[in-house]
Design a protein around this ligand. Structure first.
Ligand SMILES: NC(=O)c1ccc[n+]([C@@H]2O[C@H](COP(=O)([O-])OP(=O)(O)OC[C@H]3O[C@@H](n4cnc5c(N)ncnc54)[C@H](O)[C@@H]3O)[C@@H](O)[C@H]2O)c1
Length: 327
């Protein structure tokens, strides 16, 4: 019997991952440890909350005692919990250091003490810094040196380094994945895709940073869940895997696509002051996870954005409540 502790399971990717896991492995036991910050939402997990194989614990990964209680008896940890929004990290880095670095270190220590068999750390492509718009052939891969440029990216880089240090120092059984921008159901409408969809649905302006030229590589969230599923079951201990969507888009393209699909006027686009230290381009070479574990993105951006728009259209009460609660 497999028992997995998922941290941050009430957030965007974590809740998609729990739903995915419980459907694919109905016999697994899942413990979800989440502090329920502004980004955590138990409504995402309504369909499994009564399942006897699912347990929710409200708690902070920085609280050692809670972590010990949640992790005891688990075989594996999949660690999503984090402060995740770059703009918030620019406004106030401290909570990012606390949750993303201190919290990860506490999880690692407890997992080591409890002899957890496998620890998977979910990280981001942002730890690698920025690529230039002049050489579109260039991509990040597992050998790219770390060069974080926002407090968020620096805190995630710190957590990645700690996980690797535990592998080297204590022979700790960890894996890491660095993934590009995710989108899909249950994403908090501060991130670009859900923000633009919900604003367009309300006929509100779509605020584009700078000239709208910054490029991100987009991956449908379920593809990310599949990659993590493969890594935790078949990935090699001590290894890092880069995950990408082969879907590079800039902010202006995202806005135009969403407006066209919703049949809304282009004049909803407004250009706002650029993000401080804005990274210009992220792109990922995911050939290692493709060659070693047979993973590749299965949902194209064109399909994924349609599914995502449909989800936000049919789940208005979900995002309306989220917006009201956070304004
Ligand atoms: N969203 C992306 O595009 C993306 C891409 C690559 C990697 N990641 C990484 O994936 C993970 C999940 O991202 P997301 O977009 O789902 O984030 P999210 O902000 O939607 O969710 C984060 C969750 O963590 C919880 N949390 C925050 N602080 C906590 C604490 N101290 N203790 C316990 N729980 C806490 C929140 O309540 C929330 O439920 C993060 O580690 C992020 O860095 C995200």
């Amino acid at each position: 019997m497999m028992k997995i502790l998922v941290t941050g399971g009430a957030g965007f990717i974590g809740s998609n991952f729990i739903l995915y896991l419980m459907e694919k492995y109905p016999e697994y036991k899942i413990v979800n440890l989440d502090k329920l910050t502004y980004a955590g939402n138990l409504e995402n997990l309504k369909s499994v909350e009564k399942n006897p194989n699912y347990m929710f614990i409200r708690g902070d990964i920085c609280d050692r005692k809670t972590v010990e209680e949640a992790m005891t008896g688990c075989d594996m940890v999949v660690h999503f919990a984090a402060e995740s929004h770059v703009d918030r990290s620019i406004g106030g880095p401290a909570i990012f250091i606390r949750t993303n670095i201190v919290g990860t270190e506490i999880l690692l220590e407890v997992a080591k003490e409890l002899n957890i068999k496998r620890f998977h750390h979910v990280s981001t492509d942002e730890v690698f810094g920025t690529l230039s718009l002049d050489n579109l052939e260039e991509k990040f891969n597992e050998d790219t040196p770390y060069s974080p440029r926002s407090p968020y990216a620096a805190s995630k880089a710190g957590s990645d380094h700690l996980v690797r240090a535990f592998v080297e120092t204590y022979n700790f059984p960890a894996t890491i994945s660095n993934c590009t921008n995710n989108y899909g159901p249950f994403q908090f409408p501060e991130k670009i895709i859900p923000l633009f969809i919900t604003n367009a649905l309300q006929n509100k302006p779509l605020p584009i940073y700078g000239q709208g030229k910054a490029v991100r590589d987009y991956l449908y969230v379920i593809d990310h869940c599949e990659a993590i599923d493969l890594i935790i079951h078949k990935g090699k201990i001590g290894e890092t895997y880069c995950i990408g969507g082969d879907s590079e888009k800039n902010g202006a393209e995202i806005a135009k696509t969403i407006l066209a699909l919703l049949d809304k006027p282009k004049n909803l686009i407004t250009f706002v002051e650029d993000r401080k230290g804005h990274d210009m381009r992220y792109a990922m070479d995911h050939s290692k996870v493709t060659n070693e574990l047979g993973w590749q993105p299965s949902v194209t951006f064109e399909e994924g954005i349609k599914k995502t728009i449909e989800w936000y259209k049919t789940n208005k009460p979900w995002w309306q409540k989220v917006i009201v609660k956070n304004t």
